[in-house]
Ligand binder design. Structure first.
Ligand code: BEZ
Ligand code: FE
Length: 287
């Protein structure tokens, strides 16, 4: 008979959880035991600290629902979400890199026609975004789907505004030649939600709790790995200190400023505007 001691409890727990029937669950649970026990052996929490940690996680769970994803936010600010993204998207270097989905994506966005305006009546600095979706060899991918969403000038997503109609989000498709083009407004950087337990923890650090200005995209085409990514505004604040570690060099794009004039798509612009040119490159699915 073996009783637990401070020295052998890790091995006992690992052996016990090593009885998990599913091999993947077994791998995860035994690794969890090893690493969490190593953490506890390093920090040696008091009873009060351990109780506070469990109460903290309970608060994170209580705040989470289908709109407010506080647990995902915790995973984001700890760099866990982005590590999982990078582990699951080891794409060829020519492919557009992936980044976090974030908590504000809404399914089933309205269709956005070629050249249409994602921003409709939402105020902001107009931007024409255009380019193509291509494969690794540079061949255009016709009829690829682009699911697009972004925050408004106050840094708010539709998901954060109660009883809001579809706003600043749309489903766009590339044309026969793999091109896309749409108007929107320039995104602004914004603070992540700070009114919950994640914010309370961050307030106890010097962490800048902002994301640099960006637009979200999911790009899909049959036969290619779906791509969840952003385009970031070059020169925007916090570009090198994104609180969720999501900014990547390849995704930082210039917003080229233009005076009022006729834009390249024929739109007569009475106010200054910007253009972004960007080609998304998809990687083929294996097999
Ligand atoms: C976002 O980009 O929408 C986002 C991502 C992670 C945390 C908060 C917001
Ligand atoms: Fe965002």
């Amino acid at each position: 008979m073996t009783f637990a001691t401070e020295d052998n409890i890790t091995a006992l727990a690992e052996a016990r959880w090593g009885t998990a029937h599913d091999p993947r669950l077994r791998q995860m649970m035994t690794a969890l035991i090893r690493h969490s026990h190593a953490f506890l052996r390093e920090v040696e929490p008091t009873h009060e600290e351990w109780l506070a940690a469990t109460e903290y996680l309970a608060q994170v769970g209580q705040m989470s629902d289908d709109k407010r994803k506080e647990f995902i936010l915790l995973s984001d600010v700890l760099g866990i979400s982005m590590l999982v993204v990078m582990q699951n998207a080891r794409l060829p270097s020519a492919a557009t890199p992936a980044t976090v989905l974030g908590p504000f994506h809404i399914d089933d966005s309205p269709p956005l026609a070629f050249g249409a305006n994602l921003a409709a009546d939402v105020p902001g600095e107009p931007v024409l975004i255009r380019g193509s979706v291509r494969d690794l060899a540079g061949a255009p991918i016709p009829h690829a789907l682009l699911d697009i969403w972004q925050a408004d000038e106050d840094g708010l997503y539709e998901a954060q505004i109660p009883d809001c109609d579809a706003r600043l989000r749309g489903i766009h498709h590339t044309d026969d030649q793999g091109r896309y083009a749409f108007w929107t407004i320039a995104p602004k950087g914004y603070a992540i939600p700070m009114d919950g337990p994640v914010g309370a923890l961050i307030e106890r650090t010097d962490i800048a709790y902002f994301r640099p200005a960006h637009i979200h995209f999911v790009v899909r085409a049959e036969g290619y790995v779906p791509l969840t990514t952003h385009l970031f505004r070059e020169g925007s604040d916090y570009i090198d200190s994104d609180v969720v570690f999501g900014a990547r060099a390849e995704l930082v794009v210039p917003f080229v400023a233009h005076p009022p004039c006729v834009a390249s798509d024929g739109t007569a612009m009475a106010v200054p505007y910007c253009t972004i040119d960007y080609d998304f490159v998809l990687s083929p699915t294996a097999g």
